[in-house]
Ligand binder design. Sequence first.
Ligand code: ADP
Ligand code: ASP
Ligand code: MG
Length: 412
Amino acid sequence: MPRIVMKFGGTSMAGIERIRHVAARVRREVEAGNQVAVVVSAMAGETDRLVQLCREAASLYDPREYDVVVASGEQVTSGLLAITLQGMGLNARSYMGWQLPIRASGHAAALIEGIDVEVLERVFDGGGIAVIPGFQGVTQDNALATLGRGGSDTSAVALAAAMKADRCDIYTDVDGVYTTDPRIVPRARKLDKVTYEERLELASVGAKVLQTRSVGLAMRYKLPLQVLSSFEDRPGTMIVGDEAIEEEIMERNVITGIAHDKNEAMVTLTGLPDNPGTVAAIFAPLAAANVNVDMIVQSVPRRGEPSVLTFTVPTAALAHSVAELEKVRDAIGFEEIVTETHVVKVSAVGVGMRSTAGIAAKMFETLADRNINILAITTSEIKVSVLIPEEYTELAVRVLHTAYGLDAEDGE
Ligand code: ADP
Ligand code: ASP
Ligand code: MG
């Protein structure tokens, strides 16, 4: 019997009416002869609300208790979906992360260590449907753990890999992966296929729909993954290996998509001494505090003169990062710490970049034509990212989408 994991995001679970609709989709897959595990998110907006409550309770809250609070949204929706499926006469039950268990390590952005499938095997043997809250696991000392924002995608893919599912279907509020966020660029085009690698880069630079780690996992296990609409019955986007697009690669655009990320903040340190080891002394405490530094720019006006170092960190880690830097300020001897949160990272991604020159230059020219100032730049083999002032987000995404030839034709 084919096995599938169906994952439903927050908008799809927002309210009883929508949960009924989700239940009908699940029933269809069960009636088609599939063994089904369903992974659900909290209702749209609920996790944000819970995070805000933690912040109000204390600015530097304990991550273990944060997990207890924020995991609750998924507990509610999994119970409600199980009740709804039972109401339709189906044999469904919810299984919390600790009941399977989904073993995880860490808090707030925990990693999945493994998933035991005995319970699920028994459910499937008995002809049942398992409803599982996304985003949560259990640590070795039996504490709740959550997997980082958007983590239900990772729960779904990890579960699909563990139970050797034939595919993992991610149902969301758009009907697939687009060349950019269709809510910002109405001329964004839906992609029939996108490679794991492209999707991985896109997710890592801010495109939503799939959490970065979920794509990495799907790639590792070669798991067929598709993104579909919860609301409309039409083909979605398949996430595939490079080999699946080999024949089409000539006709593909060099750039597959544009993404943006507002969750980075810029930190600038001025008056840095020009000594070996200065940069290491700055980043070591940040690494020790688990802060992910992303873009880095250093400018040294002249050898031996003080330099300026600019880098970005996740906005959520900014207060923490500044506190760590203050501790080493005297030892390193820099002047000022300047922070800026009203910035956005805009990125262009595509495997075609490997064999085409001038992609970055086109980005800089396009932004210059609109008088958009670039604050920092990073590149990889298949990606160019720039940091710009936040007020230009929509304009930058739109003009780059056009410049790279991604706009849909009329009626497309
Ligand atoms: P879910 O709640 O189902 O997990 P998310 O909010 O995580 O959904 O992701 C879906 C949203 O991602 C869409 O509503 C869309 O606005 C946004 N999005 C950003 N980039 C893209 C893209 N390239 N293709 C499709 N949707 C995108
Ligand atoms: N509810 C969690 C969040 O909003 C997890 C998820 O929906 O994927 O981040
Ligand atoms: Mg999501």
